[in-house]
Design a protein around this ligand. Sequence first.
Ligand code: MG
Length: 202
Amino acid sequence: MKIICIGRNYADHALELKNTLPDEPLYFLKPDTAILKEKDFYYPNFTQDLHFECEIVVKIDRVGKNIDVKFAHKYYSEISLGIDFTARDLQQKCKEKGLPWEKAKAFDHSAPISSKWLKIKEIDFNSIEFSLIQNGILRQRGFSRDMIFSIDQIIAYVSKFITLKTGDLIYLGTPAGVGPVGIGDCLQGFLNGEEMFSFFVK
Ligand code: MG
């Protein structure tokens, strides 16, 4: 499986990092070794500025290529919540040099994910509220309706370039409020008020 991450999909987050708004989805990949299923996270020694980015995650459940936007809804049925950990110091250096972001984004355990999945048919996707709590303090609160590109638009766009396979995950981008984590921190993610994950940084 592969992990596809969407960047700059919430205007307030794009602007907090002084990025312009995209006119088409921006995506990058993480390898399967990025997954971390509700275990404690060990702070990597190659960064001094690791940031959380809490994101809704959609799971692909059919193989597809060149998917038309009007059929994209047939390719997923469940969503969850995860974190797109980012070594912001490394990413900044990559951005300044015009280099790819993999070093800053695609390292082992950079994609924590909840073990809970919600059936999309049983919720109103457009009214999802999600949040990231760090040591008991609310850091990020996002609303699915604020996504610049919808799940269907993202699936249609990405599948022009990459075949989507069963089990692939798409991290749908993060709202404003990203910030640094430190050793000892407790990170909790909530979706519509339900705790989706809780783990420590060690
Ligand atoms: Mg992100």
